[in-house]
Design a protein around this ligand. Structure first.
Ligand code: NAD
Length: 504
């Protein structure tokens, strides 16, 4: 276990920004406060990086690029496997840190984070197997393709999975031979700083992983920097539009992993207990704060009442509390603003005529958790497709249930709105489940499960949920450009202006 991880789990640890292989003093004393959402108490501060700080971090990434990109993929992979091992040794402490800063139950963080090193190992592995092509083509030529990295890249991450989303991006970016500057969310910036320090501890060259903390302004300075050659954002759709506009202006490629409003289709032939258990997991794990949280349940009339009664009872039985306690099943939402948004959307759903069937009681927690940003798992039935709760992302533990009769109706309901990210379909009829998966809009579809994620399972959305992919070969190749080299094998030379008739 690293001393760095230990130090950062203590309140008030602020060592500055991280670039060029060390913690660095920021240009100004301005800081951002990081709050423990379970108690609303301040946990620590991080620097609010200025454009000058961003410049220094990008300079470190630029200086490191020549050496890192020139390494043979086999040698880069060796570095990355060591990094994965060091991260693996630190997972228990990193999970505690994530739990303090995001409020997510420690039990949940331990389960999720056990697999974090796999993303680094996976990308290190497939990058070694990346092969260009060669073709013998007409007229006496051989064409060859080589993959090349892009340069220093910007990784903009959200607060809800600070380390998981970071390794999805960083694993691919580094294995491809790029160096990176990370701008983590201002709400959960601590573990990404630790990850950068662990990269140095694992022997990655200075400047390969750099982190600047701050808010949207710091992120904007990074995206605008002329030495940044790729922008990979996970965040809200509004942020995505702004960042994509900057990238468009600069002609820099991007990946946009944005918001969603995940439909959960429960068919008449579903295993009811399985669908209720899976639906509960889809909706309320992480207090409903994942981009693919089951949010709008579309349930066949034949089982509608049984499903509503079942999931409402199970939702009301979920234990809220101290995220560190073994008995706690879910923690708070991330912030007061998030708690207020949940409350406002609950009030609007009621005013719109939806019927609340779970979540009516107060969390009733003892001090200091009575000050935390808790929202009870909340279920509304009979929600209409034009209502806010059916259309807008809550990013909290509040779900809607709507009945359907025909498959056409189910698809029309699921495809309502502007998002296209996660979907789950619950049915024991394999033909029906496939049929529905073909007709539904989305980027990640689970049949009889939800939330499953693996370095090999390609991930990404369509329409307002963004574009580009995480995981798999697609993610690695997005961080590279394919260069074409055309070799003349025809004898002699041509002279077009002296009458040669070979052209093309
Ligand atoms: P956010 O959009 O507020 O912030 C994301 C990151 O972008 C942060 O680091 C933020 O500081 C930065 N940022 C904000 N404005 C910027 C600007 N103008 N220029 C540059 N950077 C800027 O998102 P959040 O609240 O941290 O995360 C929640 C959102 O992320 C939800 O909408 C959720 O659905 C989405 N999300 C999507 C996925 C996915 O895989 N599609 C995964 C997790 C979360």
């Amino acid at each position: 276990m690293s001393n760095i991880t230990d130090a950062f789990t203590q309140p008030g640890t602020n060592r500055g920004l991280y670039y060029d292989g060390a913690f660095q003093k920021p240009e100004t004393d301005a800081v951002i406060s990081v709050t423990n959402p379970a108690t609303a108490e301040g946990f620590t501060t991080v620097p609010d990086a200025t454009a000058t700080d961003v410049d220094a971090a990008v300079a470190a990434a630029r200086a490191a690029f020549a050496g890192w990109s020139a390494l043979d993929p086999i040698d880069r992979a060796r570095h990355l496997r060591r990094f994965a091992d060091v991260v693996g040794e630190n997972i228990p402490k990193l999970a505690i840190l994530e739990s303090i800063v995001t409020g997510r139950a420690l039990k949940e963080m331990n389960a999720q984070m056990a697999r974090i090193p796999e993303w680094i190992e996976y990308f290190a592995g497939i990058a070694m197997g990346l092969e260009g092509e060669s073709n013998i083509v007409k007229g006496g030529y051989v064409t060859m393709t080589h993959y090349e990295p892009l340069g220093p890249v910007a990784l903009l991450t959200p607060w809800n999975h600070p380390v998981l989303i970071l390794v999805k991006k960083m694993g691919a970016a580094l294995a491809a031979g790029n160096t990176c500057v990370v701008k983590p969310s201002e709400l959960a910036p601590v573990s990404p700083l630790v990850m950068a320090a662990l990269a140095t501890e694992a022997g990655l060259p200075d400047g390969v992983v750099n982190v600047v903390t701050g808010g949207p302004q710091t992120g904007a300075a990074l995206c605008a920097h002329p030495d940044i050659h790729y922008i990979d954002l996970t965040g809200g759709t509004t942020t995505g539009r702004k960042v994509a506009a900057v990238a468009g202006e600069r002609l820099v490629q991007t990946t946009m992993e944005l918001g969603g409003k995940t439909p959960v289709l429960v068919c008449q032939d579903a295993d009811l207990d399985g669908a209720i258990a899976g639906g509960l997991f889809s909706a309320f794990v992480a207090s409903g704060q994942t981009c693919v949280s089951g949010a709008r349940f579309i349930v066949h009339h034949d089982i509608y009442d049984a499903f509503v009664t079942g999931i409402a009872a199970r939702a009301d039985a979920i234990t809220l509390g101290d995220p560190m306690a073994d008995t706690t099943q879910i923690g708070p939402v991330i912030s007061k603003a998030s708690q207020d948004r949940c409350k406002r959307m609950i009030a609007t759903a009621k005013a719109d005529g939806a019927v609340q069937v779970a979540g009516a009681s107060d969390p009733n927690l003892p001090a200091p958790f009575d000050q935390g940003f808790y929202i009870r798992p909340t279920v509304f039935k009979d929600v209409q497709p034009e209502q806010e709760l059916f259309l807008e992302e809550v990013f909290g533990p509040v779900i809607s249930i709507t009945p359907f009769d025909t498959e056409e109706e189910a698809l029309a309901l699921a495809n309502t709105g502007t998002f296209g990210l996660g979907v789950s379909i619950w049915s024991r009829d394999i033909a029906r489940a496939h049929r529905l998966s073909l007709g539904i809009r989305g980027g990640v579809i689970w049949l009889n499960d939800h939330h499953r994620n693996d370095p090999r399972s390609v991930w990404g959305g369509v329409r307002d949920s963004g574009f580009g992919k995480e995981n798999g070969w697609d993610a690695l190749k997005a961080y590279m450009t394919k260069k074409s080299v055309i070799v003349r094998t025809a004898p002699g030379h041509d002279d077009w202006f002296a009458g040669s008739n070979r052209y093309g």
